[in-house]
Write a protein that binds this ligand. Structure first.
Ligand code: BDP
Length: 714
């Protein structure tokens, strides 16, 4: 008896210690640790007695596995799969085709209301037993529903009276890996590429499956394995068999594999003299190549192509248009149901026009000329993943062509994996921007989910921040950006608040105070970063090449890669005049957006220097002059990082020590770097403004020369 008592006494202690045991972050948001809220645990234990997956496809098996690991972990006991319902509290998952039980339920109409990948989760009664049903039209839908159900439990929500109908709003939700064949990752800050090309296809890392699980859990259904700056070798047999091995692992999780196609591949690996997209030999070469790819990967998704951008080859090398190029690939892929994602990230320093205008200028005239299986991939803003940009003017401007946004998850311009920056607010800001292309309410989100222009090919891409680091993303909070991207690709109308809430609870803790505190940090973090890097519409003033740290003085080399091209600071003032008296980039937006940006009175102040060159004494709504506002924002940015540190301190004891210390030490580095940004930028801009930094602020403790000579390495 005494021993039993001792054992019982030990259980809560064990629970505590398991809760706080060191965690390396590998499990992401799929931790499934025992629920530490006794009340909720009791309720769940009463409501769940077993689970039953009807059907045996690899995808349903994956759903069953997940349910098994999830339930066992969350409930702290082994829940065996069962084959018939004997008790209340059985979870039943399947499709009408796979499950006679689900076929017998009165849910047929409801199932017609969700799409191929959607699901319903309901509480109902079957043969006098209360059951929870996860049903879908396809096995994939069941898998997504399973993850949703587990998320409900992970976030401690009620599982009684469930009545959920959910479908993704976009068709293709893809990660773009900028991974090279030598395993370096362009703009990657979390180790090497996950794809170990040397050991594939023979050696299959279990990590590939975990990658697929994590993606499926947030609805990602496609992965472009290779860098947009493509290497043609990926299209050779040697690599295709490796790609096929990855595709085989991802398939049960509903994830299709895509590759980047190097435009000049017919010359480089095909020994042709040209890559001209209208040349019959080139066309034949690609047709054959595509057939070969499908012989290895029968459900291959298609190509992502960067052409005539930043020195990459493309159709313009042969005086052909982007449409000629894209359509050649599209024709080769169409018989196999593959698609082409053709990037609109094009600009050329030989074109004298404002870089922000070039994509629009090149692509709008081609609207309507692309094949049905082509979708144009457009970065969220017109320059390049800056901390803040206005939405890209192409959204809404090509109504006859499907457009997909490309967001950057990896933090190329946001402090790499050193800074805590939750990017959902950045994505949300773009998605909820009103293009006015068809009048008020023409949100970017409605352009890309096909709702506005009636397209059925809809997609969203995010440049991955994942690498071989044990915790996948380097910074533990980098995981939140991967998560947020997936959730927003599934539903572009979700709020950053809701996403942060879920992620914090699943990744760290359901503790109320913790969640509230850290949600504030996450939601503020992007604006904080904008403040200490590029406030009131500044952009592209980073350290050249590496893009970490400040470089507003950069003036050498290609003009459109310098900083001075963008900030245009002089003794009169600062900012890029993109109004009708300047580059007229505002002219690419629909009314009334155009007028809103054009007029100093209405231009949002957070984009002021993006659209206007204003005098140093120009007064903002705060009453500050531009110079004073810059001083204020740069300082506020740094102070806010200190505030983030304080908030994080309160997580001690709630978050395991390993992750707590990791984030703490990164926040110290973030503050250091934020100070460098502040001091370097203020000292530099002061050489033009010739005004003092107001007394109330910390003074830079180094000279401008010092900051100019700082070297960053990765
Ligand atoms: C820029 C990156 C560069 C990429 C390019 C792209 O600096 O490495 O190749 O975008 O998107 O932001 O193609």
């Amino acid at each position: 008896m005494k021993r039993l008592f001792n054992a019982l006494f030990l259980i809560p202690l064990l629970l505590m210690s398991s809760l706080l045991k060191a965690e390396d972050g590998y499990r992401l948001w799929l931790r499934y640790d025992l629920i530490n809220d006794q009340l909720i645990l009791n309720l769940y234990n009463k409501s769940i007695t077993g689970f039953m997956i009807e059907g045996s496809s690899p995808t349903l098996k994956a759903a069953g596995n997940e349910l098994q690991i999830g339930l066992n972990g969350l409930l702290g006991r082994v829940i065996h799969p069962i084959t018939s319902i004997k008790k209340d509290g059985t979870i039943v998952a399947g499709t009408v085709q796979s499950s006679p039980l689900i076929a017998a339920l009165n849910i047929k109409y409801r199932l017609t209301q969700i799409n191929d990948e959607g699901y319903i989760i309901i509480s109902t009664v079957y043969q006098k037993k209360t059951i929870i049903v996860i049903a879908a039209n396809t096995d994939k839908g069941v898998l997504y529903g399973t993850f949703h159900f587990l998320r409900i439990m992970q976030t401690h929500q009620s599982i009684s009276g469930l009545s959920i109908d959910n479908s993704p709003k976009t068709k293709l939700r893809l990660l773009n890996h900028w991974d090279n064949l030598n395993r370096t990752v362009e703009r990657g800050y979390a180790g090497l590429s996950l794809w170990d090309w040397k050991t594939l296809p023979d050696s299959i890392s279990p990590r590939y499956t975990d990658y697929a699980r994590a993606n499926a859990s947030i609805g990602i259904n496609g992965t472009v394995l290779t860098n947009v700056n493509a290497n043609a070798l990926i299209l050779t047999k040697e690599y295709l068999v490796k790609v096929a091995a990855l595709a085989n692992i991802f398939r049960p999780y509903g994830i299709k594999v895509y590759l980047t196609a190097r435009f000049s591949a017919p010359v480089e690996i095909g020994k042709l003299k040209t890559a001209d997209p209208l040349d019959p030999d080139v066309i034949a070469w690609w047709n054959k190549k595509v057939e070969e790819i499908y012989s290895y990967i029968p459900d291959f998704g298609g190509f992502l192509i960067k052409a005539n951008s930043e020195g990459q080859p493309g159709p313009q090398n042969y005086k052909r248009s982007h449409a000629d190029g894209a359509n050649m690939f599209a024709d080769a892929l169409a018989p196999h149901k593959g698609i082409v994602m053709w990037r609109a990230f094009v600009y050329d320093n030989n074109v004298p026009d404002d870089r922000a205008k070039q994509a629009y200028n090149e692509f709008v005239p081609l609207d309507g000329q692309f094949r049905k299986n082509v979708i144009i991939q457009v970065k969220n803003g017109p320059i390049d993943f800056q901390p803040r940009e206005p939405f890209h003017p192409l959204f809404g401007a090509m109504p006859s062509t499907p457009l997909m946004p490309e967001f950057q998850i990896t933090q190329e311009y946001l402090g790499f994996s050193t800074h805590l920056v939750f990017q959902a607010p950045l994505y949300e800001e773009c998605l909820k921007s009103d293009t006015y292309s068809e009048g008020k309410g023409s949100l970017v989100a409605r352009v890309i989910d096909g709702n506005l222009e009636g397209h059925s090919l809809t997609a969203m891409a995010g440049v991955s921040n994942i690498g071989s680091d044990r915790n996948w993303t380097g910074h533990p909070f980098g995981q939140a950006n991967w998560y947020a991207f997936g959730r927003l690709a599934w539903d572009p109308y979700l709020t950053s608040d809701a996403i942060a809430d879920e992620w914090l609870k699943m990744t760290f803790s359901n503790d109320n105070k913790f969640v509230e505190n850290l949600k504030k940090v996450m939601l503020a973090s992007r604006n904080i970063t904008v403040n200490y890097m590029t406030p009131i519409g500044l952009h592209h003033i980073m350290y050249a090449g590496l893009h970490y740290g400040p470089g507003p003085w950069v003036d050498k080399g290609r003009q459109d890669w310098t900083a001075v091209y963008y900030h245009r600071a002089d003794s009169a003032g600062i900012g890029f005049n993109r109004t009708s008296t300047g580059s007229n980039a505002v002219g690419q937006y629909f009314q009334p957006v155009r007028d809103v940006y054009e007029s100093l009175a209405t231009c949002p102040e957070n984009l002021l220097l993006w659209f206007h060159h204003v005098s140093w004494d120009y007064k903002l709504k705060s009453g500050n002059t531009v110079w004073e506002e810059l001083c204020f924002r740069y300082n506020m940015g740094v102070d806010s990082v200190r505030w983030m540190q304080k908030q994080w301190l309160e997580a001690k004891g709630i978050v395991d020590n390993e992750r707590f210390e990791k984030v703490s030490s990164l926040l110290v580095k973030q503050e250091e770097n934020a100070k460098v940004w502040r001091d370097a930028c203020l000292l530099y801009f002061q050489t033009f403004s010739k005004r003092p930094i107001p007394e109330k602020y910390e003074k830079p403790d180094k000279t401008l020369e010092y900051y100019k000579n700082l070297k960053y390495s990765f």
